[in-house]
Design a protein around this ligand. Sequence first.
Ligand code: HEC
Ligand code: HEC
Length: 295
Amino acid sequence: MKNRGVYTGLVLAGLLLVFGVWVLSFFDTTLSIKRVALDSEAAAKRVALPSGQALFNPPRPEDAPESIREEVMLGYKIMTETSKYAWQYVGNGKDSKLSCSSCHFEGGRSMDSISLVGVGATYPRYRDRNEYTVDLGIRIQGCFDRSMNGTPPPLDGQIIQSLLVYLQWISKDIPIYAELPWTLPESLGNPHKPDTANGATVYKDVCARCHGINGEGTDIAPPLWGNESYNDGAGMHRVRTLSTFAWRFMPKNAPSLTQEQALDVAAYIHEKPRPKFVPTHPDKIVRLIPLTEGK
Ligand code: HEC
Ligand code: HEC
């Protein structure tokens, strides 16, 4: 009798254990689903996530396989501390307040900025600027000589190659040529005609405390115009891009502008002086071979 009691107890304990593990595993998946949901929650009203599309769940750099881990980590550091690790290719060199992460928060891993999760799967891609399909290395060079007001690092050097392996890693599990619902839309699609005078007021009231009264940047946030800012060839030097960025993500962590205010402040910033883009290499890819030959 006594033995049977022990036996039943053991079986019960075993069942409980299995049940517990099952419950825990369920809890764990809900946790990870929730994390994804939480990431998008801040942008909830702003980012529509149609069902059945690629899931936003970038792996951490430190979880990369050993054979590529150090390069992935270096790529991440180049993104977040560009003036330290790639100062030779950045306007203002080691003193630059801009980094890739100024616009691609957390090295592009954040959904609440111009996310780079998935770019590894969407290049090579046709670009009007090049009048050809270009790979991610050439695309990154463009961010150095325009957004960072610097010069493009060589494609076969450590900087670009580390950035490539990093961006590829955070694109893990995204299907090739997937549609990425979290990329920055072209524009707000709002017909409001920007009013720069109102933009000046918005700037003073909302942006100046972090970006400085003269757009020069502070210890908290990078410059928005002037010698140390992105140049006039940069994507951000477009009212439609800047207004979309500002409406979605500014002030950082607590976006609060109306679309009209975002357009006004973007137009105001757009009129301020900034460095001129000086091309250092040809953008166009020469079509030596008529493409119809491939037919
Ligand atoms: C001042 C803001 C800014 C900075 C700084 C910046 N970028 Fe960008 N980046 C953008 C904008 C805006 C776009 C997309 C719009 C466009 O096509 O111009 C973009 C696009 C990209 C893309 C292509 C994304 C896609 O989905 O096609 C890559 C890759 C990229 N940036 C990498 C970098 C790297 C690497 C750095 C640092 C060397 C950097 N960026 C610095 C603003 C910036
Ligand atoms: C609470 C502080 C804060 C406020 C207020 C704020 N920003 Fe920012 N902003 C940041 C930070 C911080 C970054 C850089 C993000 C990073 O490095 O992680 C940034 C980045 C930017 C960038 C891209 C990088 C650059 O400097 O070119 C733009 C454009 C921008 N902000 C525009 C605005 C506008 C427009 C406003 C006002 C509507 C505004 N911000 C208000 C903190 C702020």
